[in-house]
Design a binder for this molecule. Structure first.
Ligand SMILES: [Fe+2]
Length: 316
């Protein structure tokens, strides 16, 4: 007579082998689901950790050709290095910003352009901190220019409206060789460089800015908020417009637009955008942040290389 097997003689694998086909499928399905859930959890945790601690400081150097109509020979091959939205304040690491500014210096730029939001203003000390950080950055060989962003006007119940804050920042940056273009233009070797005060602030004068300098010159305009390009008055402007303000949205799912953007025209989230009327907009994703999180939107230093546009080039 055959004796029954002792409990110890039946292994787990035996039980699968001797079970029905349906049992095996159920077991495999359970393992598959458990593995999938565990994998997804690990991936989400890793992505979340990266978005909070790694990505906000993972700065990218972005090279962009900048063709300009009638650019003088002497400026062909020169560079404009753009940075934006430093947000010097209690949230953005000074050590990180110092690293970014050292990168700018290492590029030995011909022109440095800062498109606003130097500070997340909560008192005069922030301006001094920004000036202290920027003092060590190498100046452009030809010029170092900037415009105000909304945060450079402070913030109150009335919005970003304190012109005394912007004036104090302008004076102190001027003292270290950074020239704020406030509804004005300068000319460098036949290139017109323009800057308009921030769109949300109380002092912007777009018409006055666009009529500054020689409009026949190849032109590059700095304006913090890209929504400015949809305002009337640009009819005769031909050239580039460098903006910031959006931070690229800071967080973006693959193949999707960022869900949060502080602009009316959501086409202007980041990067190069051809506009009507021979204008090209470039929106820099910024260095800093208001909340320390970035996902699929790296902070950016943009390096434009100037060239002479072909006659049929719309960006001329
Ligand atoms: Fe900003």
């Amino acid at each position: 007579m055959k004796s029954a097997p002792s409990p110890q003689s039946i292994s787990e694998s035996d039980s699968v082998v001797t079970g029905s086909v349906d049992d095996g499928k159920r077991w495999s399905r359970r393992r598959f689901l458990a593995t999938g859930v565990a994998g997804s959890f690990a991936a989400c945790t890793a992505s979340g950790a990266w978005a909070l601690w790694g990505a906000p400081h993972n700065v990218e150097l972005v090279n962009v050709p900048m063709p300009l109509r009638d650019l003088p020979d002497s400026l062909i091959g020169k560079t404009i290095v753009q940075i934006s939205d430093l947000h010097v304040g209690p949230i953005v690491s000074h050590e990180y910003l110092r690293h970014c500014l050292e990168l700018v210096s290492s590029l030995e730029p011909d022109i440095v352009a800062v498109t606003g939001d130097f500070v997340s203003y909560d008192g005069p000390a922030r301006i001094d901190e920004a000036v202290s950080l920027l003092a060590d950055m190498q100046r452009g060989k030809l010029a170092t220019i900037a415009v105000t962003g909304n945060h450079d006007f402070g913030f109150s119940r009335d919005g970003f409206t304190n012109r005394q804050v912007a004036d104090a920042l302008t004076e102190k940056l001027d003292g270290i060789g950074i020239q704020l273009l406030r509804n004005s233009a300068i000319e460098i070797g036949g290139l017109r460089l323009l800057g308009v005060d921030d769109f949300w602030g109380p002092t912007h004068e777009l018409d006055e800015t666009l009529s500054s300098g020689d409009g026949d010159r190849p032109s590059v305009m700095l304006c913090h908020n890209p929504d400015f390009v949809d305002q009337p008055g640009w009819d005769d402007y031909r050239g580039w417009i460098l903006a910031g303000h959006t931070h690229g949205g800071q967080v973006r799912l693959p193949f999707c637009k960022p869900p949060i953007l502080p602009i009316r025209n959501r086409d202007y989230a980041a990067g190069e955008i051809d506009l009507s009327g021979s204008r090209t907009l470039y929106v820099n994703r910024g260095l800093g942040y208001l909340r320390k999180v970035r996902l699929n939107v790296r902070p950016e230093i943009t390096v434009f290389e100037l060239s002479r546009a072909a006659l049929n080039d719309l960006a001329s």
